[in-house]
Design a protein around this ligand. Structure first.
Ligand code: COA
Length: 612
């Protein structure tokens, strides 16, 4: 399994689920601070020393696709200069501070993931599996997907919402392979309030559909839902980006030739009934799958007549009478086999399964924990991070000595060529111009761009006319870079490795600039401003700035909490939190997913498949 490191257990589906255990702070600290790792020695070490440290320069042999890519990699990648990834002694105290913070946030992250992995809780799982005789959603995915290695999206969505905890937003989404084809899946978790859809659940499904459209990935829906969560109907039903948009997207996706397959593996009530009915092909499972606009209780209330769910909208009725479903399955296992058969009829070109050799980075990915900035002041040179992400720590830098607060250049991640745009200080005028130039190069050459975002929490106020002029120039240069980023016609992946602050975060392809994927490290901070820099409560028209101390404290605490990576991920401002040491795997997986569209037969199509 090529990405076995990413995931081993479906009990905890996330890019980080099978991450190696956290290196003990002391061990890692000692390794770096006592100079045991190669980067502290300067020169190359003998192989046995590298091996002892887990830093051996092995060549992973992984399957990759394009023969031409393979040849290109052989020819060019090994000639790029090797980055010096040594952590100099002058940085050690910062490294240590970052490491301590990383341990704390990753502990919190693991606790949250653990909470999410239990869905609606043990009782709800028992109710679901024993009384309702259905499989838990993660077990369903095990049966459906080729293997357990897939990219779960936003597992922390829905935690600590104003309306309570909704684990995984009541709906698992992610990207996995079925019959060798990368697919987006959306699977309701009926252990969370009967699989009813909360506002955050709608947002999660819409984001999954957006990913499917942007990356041209076929979609599979596992529907097991009581429909809208009625107490919150006003936040779910009426607006453009509310529930109805899911059905609208289904039609548009079909017209775009993005196939969609649904499995009715539980209740599909009211709005939920449209998901399978709008899909191109639908499988319904006997005894557990039901589909209707109004369930038996409503029928009883309206007519006084009792009708069983099976008679009202069961598998037989929809397969034999209504035609809302196309395939009848007598068990869950049979249904997922049927989906695999349907996918094999899509007439996709088989993806080449070639093997490409690539070098591992020369420096340990565990050391990224000491490079993940606790806050902006603890930021170390970004090339230290690049040296732990790029194949062979090799990097072909562009404009190395110009606008040095932004690092740009080319490198490979598990054999895939990417353009890198990485913050290395404030986004100055020169840095922004360099960024614009480089992004256009990538666009011209059809090379995906990886943004490593760590933007400054505040910009200094101008203290003179000349400084104000410099600020205006920088504004103009940043605007050019924004335009270049927005219009670059290549896939973009953004990883927030530190700060996602203010407007510079847009320039670095923040969420509103529609990167194909956006992930955060757990130490990331997301806010317009860093609350830690406030000395007064900012108020419009308030010039004396002498506000109550407790008000300031309260505001700082609120902003502090709202800036955390977990707060962001709970609200789906990103596609998930990933561990620094797994970043390379996640990037490689995204790049591989992005490549799939090269193998699709795409021809213009203006109409969706309409169910008859
Ligand atoms: N809105 C809000 N809460 C709902 C809900 C809805 N539409 N449907 C179910 N729930 C809640 C239940 O109140 C229950 O909450 P609790 O655990 O706090 O008691 C939980 O979801 C599980 O429901 P329950 O009926 O115990 O589970 P079940 O597995 O036996 O049945 C359903 C699940 C979805 C089939 C069933 O609850 C149902 O038919 N719900 C009504 C669906 C409906 O009419 N929706 C219309 C939406 S427009």
């Amino acid at each position: 399994m090529w990405n076995a490191v990413a995931l081993r257990s479906l009990g905890r589906l996330s890019p980080n689920a099978a991450s190696p255990p956290l290196p003990r702070l002391q061990t890692l600290k000692n390794r770096v601070l006592e100079g045991k790792s190669r980067d502290l020695h300067g020169g190359k070490q003998p192989a046995h020393v590298l091996q002892d440290q887990g830093l051996e320069r092995t060549r992973d042999v992984l399957p990759c696709r394009l023969g031409s890519n393979k040849a290109k990699y052989r020819r060019w990648a090994k000639t790029y200069p090797v980055l010096d990834g040594r952590v100099l002694s002058v940085y050690w105290h910062v490294f240590e501070e970052n490491l301590r913070n990383s341990e704390a946030v990753i502990k919190r992250y693991s606790e949250l993931l653990e909470r999410v992995s239990k869905g609606g809780g043990e009782n709800a799982i028992l109710h679901h599996t024993q009384r309702n005789k259905k499989l838990f959603v993660r077990e369903r995915l095990k049966l459906l997907l080729d293997d357990e290695s897939f990219l779960e999206l936003s597992p922390l969505a829905g935690l600590n919402m104003p309306y309570g905890d909704v684990p995984a937003a009541g709906c698992l989404t992610g990207i996995g392979k079925i019959c060798g084809v990368w697919c987006v899946f959306m699977a309701n978790d009926a252990t969370v309030k009967g699989g009813t859809i909360y506002p955050i659940g709608v947002k999660k499904q819409l984001r999954a559909q957006e990913i499917a459209m942007q990356n041209r990935l076929l979609s599979v829906y596992l529907v097991d839902s009581g429909g809208a969560f009625l107490p919150l109907q006003s936040e779910l039903f009426p607006d453009k980006s509310h529930g109805g948009r899911v059905f609208y997207n289904e039609a548009i996706m079909s017209a775009m030739r993005i196939p969609q397959v649904a499995v009715v593996c539980g209740s599909c009530v009211a709005g939920g009934a449209y998901v399978p009915t709008m899909a191109e092909e639908t499988v319904i499972i006997d005894k557990i799958g039901t589909l209707f606009l109004a369930g038996p209780p409503l029928v009883k209330a309206a007519t006084g007549e009792y009708v069983s769910p099976e008679d009202l909208g069961g598998a037989k009725l929809h397969s034999e009478v209504s035609g809302c479903s196309d395939h009848f399955a007598s068990s869950e296992k049979e249904a997922y086999e049927c989906v695999r058969n349907v996918i094999s009829t899509l007439n996709y070109d088989p993806l080449p399964e070639e093997v490409i050799e690539h070098d591992s980075p020369l420096y340990s990915s565990e050391e990224l924990l000491g490079l993940a900035p606790r806050d902006y002041r603890c930021t170390l040179p970004v090339k230290l991070i690049l040296s732990r992400l790029m194949d062979g720590s090799r990097f072909q830098e562009f404009k190395a000595n110009y606008g040095t607060t932004l690092v740009t250049g080319f490198g490979h991640v598990e054999g895939h060529l990417v353009g890198i745009v990485a913050n290395n200080g404030e986004l100055s005028h020169d840095a922004s111009l360099k960024g614009s130039h480089f992004v256009q190069l990538c666009s011209q050459r059809s090379i995906p761009i990886l943004f490593l975002q760590n933007t400054a929490p505040h910009t200094a106020e101008p203290t003179s006319i000349s400084q104000a002029e410099a600020h205006s120039n920088r504004l103009k240069a940043q605007a050019s870079m924004m335009a270049a980023v927005a219009c670059a016609a290549v896939p973009k992946i953004t990883i927030v490795i530190g700060g996602c602050y203010g407007s510079e975060s847009y320039v670095m392809c923040g969420r509103s600039f529609s990167p194909n994927f956006l992930f955060l490290w757990p130490n990331a901070r997301v806010a317009l401003l860093d609350s830690r820099h406030f000395s007064t409560v900012p108020q419009a028209g308030d010039n004396d700035c002498t506000r109550d101390e407790s008000e300031l404290k309260h505001l700082k605490e609120k902003l502090e909490e709202e800036s955390s990576a977990f707060y962001s991920s709970a609200r789906l401002w990103d596609d998930g939190v990933i561990l620094p040491q797994n970043t390379r795997k996640v990037i490689a997986q995204c790049l591989e997913i992005l490549e799939q569209q090269k193998y699709q037969v795409i021809s213009p199509c203006q109409y969706p498949v309409i169910r008859m």
